[in-house]
Design a protein around this ligand. Structure first.
Ligand SMILES: [Zn+2]
Ligand SMILES: [Zn+2]
Length: 390
Protein backbone atom coordinates (compact mmCIF):
# COMPACT_ATOMS: atom_id res chain seq x y z
CA UNK A 1 0.00 0.00 0.00
CA UNK A 2 1.15 3.44 -0.85
CA UNK A 3 1.39 6.37 1.49
CA UNK A 4 -1.90 7.20 3.16
CA UNK A 5 -3.61 10.16 1.64
CA UNK A 6 -4.47 13.27 3.54
CA UNK A 7 -8.12 13.19 4.69
CA UNK A 8 -8.88 16.53 3.07
CA UNK A 9 -7.53 15.15 -0.16
CA UNK A 10 -9.66 12.03 0.21
CA UNK A 11 -12.82 14.05 0.57
CA UNK A 12 -11.71 16.57 -2.05
CA UNK A 13 -12.18 19.61 0.16
CA UNK A 14 -10.02 22.55 1.24
CA UNK A 15 -8.59 22.66 4.75
CA UNK A 16 -10.85 25.65 5.35
CA UNK A 17 -14.06 23.79 4.37
CA UNK A 18 -16.88 24.02 6.88
CA UNK A 19 -18.85 21.09 8.33
CA UNK A 20 -21.64 21.25 5.79
CA UNK A 21 -19.21 21.25 2.88
CA UNK A 22 -17.43 18.20 4.28
CA UNK A 23 -20.71 16.38 4.80
CA UNK A 24 -21.91 17.17 1.27
CA UNK A 25 -18.66 16.02 -0.24
CA UNK A 26 -18.62 12.78 1.73
CA UNK A 27 -22.20 12.03 0.75
CA UNK A 28 -21.42 12.56 -2.93
CA UNK A 29 -18.31 10.35 -2.81
CA UNK A 30 -19.98 7.61 -0.77
CA UNK A 31 -22.75 7.39 -3.33
CA UNK A 32 -20.23 7.35 -6.16
CA UNK A 33 -17.99 4.62 -4.74
CA UNK A 34 -20.58 2.50 -2.98
CA UNK A 35 -19.90 -1.20 -3.76
CA UNK A 36 -23.48 -1.71 -4.88
CA UNK A 37 -22.92 0.78 -7.65
CA UNK A 38 -19.51 -0.63 -8.50
CA UNK A 39 -19.95 -4.39 -8.29
CA UNK A 40 -16.70 -6.35 -8.45
CA UNK A 41 -14.54 -3.25 -8.19
CA UNK A 42 -12.26 -3.58 -5.14
CA UNK A 43 -10.72 -0.19 -5.82
CA UNK A 44 -14.08 1.54 -5.52
CA UNK A 45 -14.76 -0.33 -2.29
CA UNK A 46 -11.40 0.71 -0.88
CA UNK A 47 -12.11 4.33 -1.78
CA UNK A 48 -15.56 4.06 -0.23
CA UNK A 49 -14.01 2.92 3.02
CA UNK A 50 -11.26 5.48 2.86
CA UNK A 51 -13.89 8.22 2.52
CA UNK A 52 -15.73 6.90 5.57
CA UNK A 53 -12.54 6.94 7.57
CA UNK A 54 -11.82 10.50 6.49
CA UNK A 55 -15.34 11.63 7.25
CA UNK A 56 -15.32 10.08 10.70
CA UNK A 57 -12.45 12.37 11.54
CA UNK A 58 -13.26 15.53 9.61
CA UNK A 59 -16.99 15.30 10.33
CA UNK A 60 -16.32 15.57 14.05
CA UNK A 61 -15.09 18.99 15.26
CA UNK A 62 -12.85 17.68 18.05
CA UNK A 63 -11.19 14.97 15.99
CA UNK A 64 -10.73 17.33 13.13
CA UNK A 65 -8.84 19.75 15.40
CA UNK A 66 -6.51 17.01 16.66
CA UNK A 67 -5.90 15.92 13.11
CA UNK A 68 -5.20 19.47 11.99
CA UNK A 69 -2.61 19.93 14.74
CA UNK A 70 -0.88 16.57 14.85
CA UNK A 71 -1.98 14.63 11.80
CA UNK A 72 -2.88 10.97 12.24
CA UNK A 73 -0.70 10.77 15.33
CA UNK A 74 -3.09 13.18 17.01
CA UNK A 75 -5.88 10.65 16.71
CA UNK A 76 -4.16 7.99 18.79
CA UNK A 77 -6.09 7.37 21.93
CA UNK A 78 -9.36 8.20 20.25
CA UNK A 79 -9.83 5.08 18.24
CA UNK A 80 -12.01 5.29 15.19
CA UNK A 81 -13.63 2.42 13.36
CA UNK A 82 -11.71 -0.14 11.39
CA UNK A 83 -13.49 0.64 8.17
CA UNK A 84 -11.21 -1.58 6.13
CA UNK A 85 -12.68 -4.63 7.83
CA UNK A 86 -16.24 -3.41 7.92
CA UNK A 87 -19.03 -4.22 5.53
CA UNK A 88 -20.12 -1.39 3.29
CA UNK A 89 -23.58 -2.04 4.62
CA UNK A 90 -22.63 -1.27 8.18
CA UNK A 91 -20.73 1.82 7.17
CA UNK A 92 -23.79 3.06 5.40
CA UNK A 93 -25.92 2.40 8.47
CA UNK A 94 -23.43 4.20 10.64
CA UNK A 95 -23.84 7.41 8.72
CA UNK A 96 -27.48 6.83 7.94
CA UNK A 97 -28.49 10.29 9.08
CA UNK A 98 -26.34 11.85 6.39
CA UNK A 99 -27.84 9.82 3.60
CA UNK A 100 -31.26 9.90 5.17
CA UNK A 101 -31.56 13.64 4.82
CA UNK A 102 -32.91 13.30 1.30
CA UNK A 103 -34.01 9.68 1.14
CA UNK A 104 -37.36 8.45 2.31
CA UNK A 105 -36.01 4.99 3.00
CA UNK A 106 -34.06 6.11 6.01
CA UNK A 107 -37.06 6.99 8.07
CA UNK A 108 -36.27 7.25 11.73
CA UNK A 109 -32.90 5.50 11.64
CA UNK A 110 -31.25 8.66 12.86
CA UNK A 111 -29.57 6.97 15.75
CA UNK A 112 -28.57 8.89 18.88
CA UNK A 113 -29.71 6.13 21.20
CA UNK A 114 -33.48 6.10 21.29
CA UNK A 115 -35.54 4.60 18.56
CA UNK A 116 -37.79 7.45 17.62
CA UNK A 117 -41.38 6.85 16.72
CA UNK A 118 -42.10 5.90 13.20
CA UNK A 119 -45.65 7.14 12.97
CA UNK A 120 -46.53 10.11 10.81
CA UNK A 121 -45.85 13.39 12.53
CA UNK A 122 -43.68 11.57 15.06
CA UNK A 123 -46.56 10.08 17.06
CA UNK A 124 -46.80 6.27 17.29
CA UNK A 125 -50.16 5.14 15.97
CA UNK A 126 -52.06 1.95 16.82
CA UNK A 127 -54.06 -0.12 14.39
CA UNK A 128 -57.70 0.45 13.59
CA UNK A 129 -60.14 -2.32 14.45
CA UNK A 130 -63.35 -3.33 12.80
CA UNK A 131 -66.43 -4.95 14.25
CA UNK A 132 -70.07 -5.41 13.23
CA UNK A 133 -73.34 -4.58 14.86
CA UNK A 134 -76.78 -5.71 13.71
CA UNK A 135 -79.88 -3.58 14.07
CA UNK A 136 -83.53 -3.87 13.03
CA UNK A 137 -85.01 -1.74 10.28
CA UNK A 138 -87.18 -0.08 12.93
CA UNK A 139 -84.00 1.16 14.61
CA UNK A 140 -83.28 3.21 11.50
CA UNK A 141 -86.38 5.30 12.25
CA UNK A 142 -85.35 6.52 15.65
CA UNK A 143 -81.71 5.68 15.99
CA UNK A 144 -80.53 3.43 18.78
CA UNK A 145 -77.77 2.76 21.23
CA UNK A 146 -76.13 -0.62 21.47
CA UNK A 147 -73.47 -2.28 23.55
CA UNK A 148 -70.82 -3.47 21.15
CA UNK A 149 -68.42 -6.11 22.43
CA UNK A 150 -65.04 -6.44 20.76
CA UNK A 151 -61.54 -7.66 21.40
CA UNK A 152 -58.38 -5.67 21.11
CA UNK A 153 -54.76 -6.05 22.03
CA UNK A 154 -53.96 -3.94 25.06
CA UNK A 155 -50.75 -3.22 26.88
CA UNK A 156 -49.96 -6.08 29.27
CA UNK A 157 -50.31 -4.68 32.77
CA UNK A 158 -47.85 -6.88 34.74
CA UNK A 159 -44.93 -6.01 32.42
CA UNK A 160 -46.27 -2.61 31.28
CA UNK A 161 -45.79 -3.76 27.72
CA UNK A 162 -42.10 -4.63 27.82
CA UNK A 163 -42.76 -8.36 27.55
CA UNK A 164 -40.08 -8.99 30.18
CA UNK A 165 -40.80 -10.77 33.45
CA UNK A 166 -41.87 -8.15 35.99
CA UNK A 167 -38.78 -6.95 37.84
CA UNK A 168 -36.50 -7.60 34.86
CA UNK A 169 -35.75 -5.43 31.88
CA UNK A 170 -35.33 -6.23 28.19
CA UNK A 171 -31.80 -5.94 26.80
CA UNK A 172 -30.78 -3.83 23.86
CA UNK A 173 -30.82 -5.92 20.69
CA UNK A 174 -27.27 -6.65 19.53
CA UNK A 175 -28.24 -7.15 15.88
CA UNK A 176 -29.65 -3.69 15.31
CA UNK A 177 -28.08 -1.89 18.25
CA UNK A 178 -31.53 -0.97 19.53
CA UNK A 179 -32.62 0.67 16.30
CA UNK A 180 -35.24 -1.94 15.51
CA UNK A 181 -34.26 -1.67 11.89
CA UNK A 182 -31.42 -2.92 9.78
CA UNK A 183 -30.12 -1.63 6.49
CA UNK A 184 -30.41 -3.95 3.54
CA UNK A 185 -28.82 -3.40 0.17
CA UNK A 186 -30.85 -3.26 -2.98
CA UNK A 187 -29.51 -3.99 -6.45
CA UNK A 188 -29.43 -0.36 -7.33
CA UNK A 189 -27.09 0.65 -4.60
CA UNK A 190 -28.29 4.21 -4.67
CA UNK A 191 -31.30 3.43 -2.52
CA UNK A 192 -31.09 1.30 0.55
CA UNK A 193 -33.89 -0.57 2.17
CA UNK A 194 -34.59 -0.19 5.83
CA UNK A 195 -36.12 -3.40 7.11
CA UNK A 196 -37.37 -4.59 10.45
CA UNK A 197 -34.65 -6.25 12.51
CA UNK A 198 -35.09 -10.04 12.28
CA UNK A 199 -33.71 -10.65 15.76
CA UNK A 200 -36.00 -8.36 17.74
CA UNK A 201 -38.83 -7.92 15.23
CA UNK A 202 -38.33 -4.18 15.33
CA UNK A 203 -38.52 -3.63 19.05
CA UNK A 204 -34.86 -2.85 19.49
CA UNK A 205 -34.82 -5.05 22.56
CA UNK A 206 -34.58 -8.74 23.34
CA UNK A 207 -36.09 -10.48 26.34
CA UNK A 208 -34.21 -12.95 28.49
CA UNK A 209 -37.05 -13.83 30.84
CA UNK A 210 -40.55 -13.53 29.46
CA UNK A 211 -43.55 -12.07 31.20
CA UNK A 212 -45.94 -14.92 31.90
CA UNK A 213 -49.10 -12.96 31.27
CA UNK A 214 -48.28 -12.01 27.69
CA UNK A 215 -45.62 -14.64 26.87
CA UNK A 216 -43.28 -11.81 25.99
CA UNK A 217 -45.55 -10.12 23.49
CA UNK A 218 -46.17 -7.07 25.65
CA UNK A 219 -49.78 -7.13 24.52
CA UNK A 220 -52.73 -9.23 25.60
CA UNK A 221 -56.14 -9.61 23.97
CA UNK A 222 -58.74 -7.84 26.05
CA UNK A 223 -62.51 -8.01 25.82
CA UNK A 224 -64.16 -4.64 25.78
CA UNK A 225 -67.71 -3.43 25.45
CA UNK A 226 -68.60 0.06 24.48
CA UNK A 227 -71.92 1.72 23.98
CA UNK A 228 -72.32 2.91 20.42
CA UNK A 229 -74.85 5.48 19.34
CA UNK A 230 -76.38 4.60 15.99
CA UNK A 231 -78.07 7.56 14.36
CA UNK A 232 -81.50 7.47 12.73
CA UNK A 233 -81.29 7.10 8.98
CA UNK A 234 -78.25 4.83 8.99
CA UNK A 235 -78.01 2.38 6.11
CA UNK A 236 -76.78 -1.17 5.91
CA UNK A 237 -73.01 -1.26 5.54
CA UNK A 238 -72.34 2.21 6.88
CA UNK A 239 -69.49 2.59 9.31
CA UNK A 240 -69.44 4.43 12.61
CA UNK A 241 -65.92 5.47 13.54
CA UNK A 242 -65.11 5.62 17.23
CA UNK A 243 -61.86 7.48 17.66
CA UNK A 244 -59.31 6.03 20.03
CA UNK A 245 -61.03 2.69 20.68
CA UNK A 246 -58.61 0.77 18.47
CA UNK A 247 -55.33 -0.73 19.54
CA UNK A 248 -52.49 1.09 21.26
CA UNK A 249 -49.34 1.54 19.15
CA UNK A 250 -47.63 -1.83 18.56
CA UNK A 251 -44.71 -2.72 20.86
CA UNK A 252 -42.11 -2.07 18.17
CA UNK A 253 -43.29 1.52 18.02
CA UNK A 254 -44.01 2.11 21.66
CA UNK A 255 -43.58 -0.70 24.22
CA UNK A 256 -45.64 1.10 26.84
CA UNK A 257 -48.37 1.83 24.33
CA UNK A 258 -47.96 5.57 24.56
CA UNK A 259 -49.07 7.48 21.54
CA UNK A 260 -52.25 7.43 19.56
CA UNK A 261 -54.73 4.57 19.74
CA UNK A 262 -56.27 3.44 16.48
CA UNK A 263 -59.99 3.80 15.89
CA UNK A 264 -62.79 1.28 16.14
CA UNK A 265 -64.85 0.97 12.98
CA UNK A 266 -68.33 -0.33 13.66
CA UNK A 267 -69.99 -1.65 10.51
CA UNK A 268 -73.77 -1.39 10.87
CA UNK A 269 -75.80 -4.27 9.47
CA UNK A 270 -79.50 -3.59 9.07
CA UNK A 271 -81.50 -6.84 9.23
CA UNK A 272 -83.98 -7.54 6.43
CA UNK A 273 -87.59 -6.89 7.29
CA UNK A 274 -90.40 -9.28 6.52
CA UNK A 275 -92.75 -6.64 5.11
CA UNK A 276 -90.63 -3.68 4.15
CA UNK A 277 -87.79 -3.18 1.74
CA UNK A 278 -85.67 -0.07 1.73
CA UNK A 279 -84.65 2.05 -1.21
CA UNK A 280 -82.60 5.01 -0.02
CA UNK A 281 -84.82 6.85 2.45
CA UNK A 282 -88.00 5.29 1.04
CA UNK A 283 -89.70 2.16 2.32
CA UNK A 284 -91.47 -0.20 -0.04
CA UNK A 285 -94.31 -2.56 0.78
CA UNK A 286 -97.33 -4.13 -0.93
CA UNK A 287 -101.05 -4.17 -0.22
CA UNK A 288 -103.67 -6.52 -1.66
CA UNK A 289 -107.13 -5.19 -2.55
CA UNK A 290 -110.15 -6.65 -4.27
CA UNK A 291 -111.40 -5.63 -7.68
CA UNK A 292 -114.36 -3.56 -6.41
CA UNK A 293 -112.01 -1.56 -4.16
CA UNK A 294 -109.75 -0.95 -7.12
CA UNK A 295 -112.64 0.07 -9.33
CA UNK A 296 -114.59 2.22 -6.90
CA UNK A 297 -111.77 3.44 -4.70
CA UNK A 298 -111.52 2.74 -0.96
CA UNK A 299 -109.88 3.72 2.28
CA UNK A 300 -108.01 0.75 3.76
CA UNK A 301 -105.88 0.24 6.88
CA UNK A 302 -102.17 -0.28 6.30
CA UNK A 303 -99.28 -1.14 8.59
CA UNK A 304 -96.39 1.25 8.23
CA UNK A 305 -93.06 0.70 9.96
CA UNK A 306 -94.19 3.01 12.75
CA UNK A 307 -97.87 2.26 13.32
CA UNK A 308 -101.08 1.81 11.38
CA UNK A 309 -102.20 4.37 8.86
CA UNK A 310 -105.12 4.71 6.42
CA UNK A 311 -104.43 4.37 2.76
CA UNK A 312 -106.65 5.95 0.13
CA UNK A 313 -107.10 3.82 -2.97
CA UNK A 314 -108.20 6.10 -5.78
CA UNK A 315 -111.05 4.87 -8.01
CA UNK A 316 -109.74 3.00 -11.07
CA UNK A 317 -106.53 1.80 -9.44
CA UNK A 318 -104.88 -0.89 -11.55
CA UNK A 319 -102.81 -3.87 -10.50
CA UNK A 320 -99.20 -2.83 -9.93
CA UNK A 321 -100.00 0.81 -9.23
CA UNK A 322 -97.52 2.40 -6.85
CA UNK A 323 -99.08 4.64 -4.25
CA UNK A 324 -97.00 6.99 -2.17
CA UNK A 325 -97.50 8.14 1.39
CA UNK A 326 -95.20 11.07 2.03
CA UNK A 327 -93.09 11.24 5.17
CA UNK A 328 -93.53 7.62 6.26
CA UNK A 329 -90.12 6.41 5.17
CA UNK A 330 -86.76 6.51 6.91
CA UNK A 331 -85.35 9.85 8.11
CA UNK A 332 -82.48 11.12 6.04
CA UNK A 333 -79.20 10.64 7.92
CA UNK A 334 -78.22 14.26 7.41
CA UNK A 335 -81.38 16.31 7.11
CA UNK A 336 -83.68 14.14 9.23
CA UNK A 337 -86.42 14.58 6.64
CA UNK A 338 -88.30 11.35 6.29
CA UNK A 339 -88.60 9.58 2.96
CA UNK A 340 -91.84 8.11 1.65
CA UNK A 341 -93.70 4.85 2.04
CA UNK A 342 -94.34 3.36 -1.38
CA UNK A 343 -97.09 0.81 -1.69
CA UNK A 344 -97.35 -1.56 -4.63
CA UNK A 345 -101.03 -2.47 -5.15
CA UNK A 346 -101.93 -6.09 -5.86
CA UNK A 347 -105.44 -6.77 -7.08
CA UNK A 348 -106.39 -10.16 -5.79
CA UNK A 349 -108.54 -12.31 -8.02
CA UNK A 350 -110.13 -15.10 -6.05
CA UNK A 351 -111.02 -18.49 -7.48
CA UNK A 352 -113.55 -19.49 -4.92
CA UNK A 353 -116.81 -17.57 -4.80
CA UNK A 354 -120.05 -17.84 -2.93
CA UNK A 355 -123.22 -18.25 -5.03
CA UNK A 356 -124.11 -14.64 -4.39
CA UNK A 357 -120.66 -13.45 -5.54
CA UNK A 358 -120.82 -15.56 -8.69
CA UNK A 359 -124.25 -14.20 -9.48
CA UNK A 360 -123.09 -10.58 -9.11
CA UNK A 361 -119.89 -11.13 -11.09
CA UNK A 362 -121.81 -12.79 -13.89
CA UNK A 363 -124.18 -9.88 -14.07
CA UNK A 364 -121.25 -7.41 -14.06
CA UNK A 365 -119.52 -9.37 -16.79
CA UNK A 366 -122.60 -9.26 -18.98
CA UNK A 367 -122.87 -5.51 -18.58
CA UNK A 368 -119.17 -4.78 -19.18
CA UNK A 369 -118.57 -7.14 -22.09
CA UNK A 370 -115.08 -7.86 -23.45
CA UNK A 371 -112.38 -5.10 -23.07
CA UNK A 372 -110.17 -6.43 -25.92
CA UNK A 373 -110.14 -4.10 -28.87
CA UNK A 374 -110.82 -0.93 -26.92
CA UNK A 375 -107.42 0.40 -28.14
CA UNK A 376 -106.00 0.95 -24.66
CA UNK A 377 -103.93 -2.25 -24.46
CA UNK A 378 -100.65 -0.40 -24.85
CA UNK A 379 -101.08 1.27 -21.49
CA UNK A 380 -100.48 -2.02 -19.70
CA UNK A 381 -96.88 -2.14 -20.82
CA UNK A 382 -96.34 1.35 -19.56
CA UNK A 383 -97.74 0.37 -16.18
CA UNK A 384 -95.54 -2.71 -15.99
CA UNK A 385 -92.50 -0.70 -16.85
CA UNK A 386 -93.34 1.92 -14.26
CA UNK A 387 -93.91 -0.63 -11.56
CA UNK A 388 -90.68 -2.45 -12.33
CA UNK A 389 -88.71 0.76 -12.46
CA UNK A 390 -90.24 1.95 -9.20
ZN1 LIG B 1 -32.93 -5.82 16.67
ZN1 LIG C 1 -46.58 -8.97 29.88
Amino acid sequence: MAVERCYYEVLGVERTADGEEIKRSYRRLAMKFHPDRNPGDPKAEATFKECAEAYEVLGDAERRQRYDQHGRAGLRGTPGHDFRNMHAEDIFSMFADIFGAGGAGFGGAGGRGGRGSRGRGGVPQGYHLETEVSIALEDCLTGTEQDVPFRRLDVCKPCTGSGAKPGTKPDKCATCGGQGQVMQSGLGGMFRMVTTCPTCSGRGTVIKERCESCKGAGRVPQKRTISVKIPAGISDGQVIRIAGEGEPPPPEQSPTGQGKHGDLHVVVRVAEHEHFAREGDDLITTRAIHYPQAALGARVPLSSLDGDIELDIPPGTEHGTLLRVRGRGIPNLRSGTRGDLIIGIRIEVSRKHTDRERELLKELSEIQGDPIGDGKGKGVWQKIKESIGG
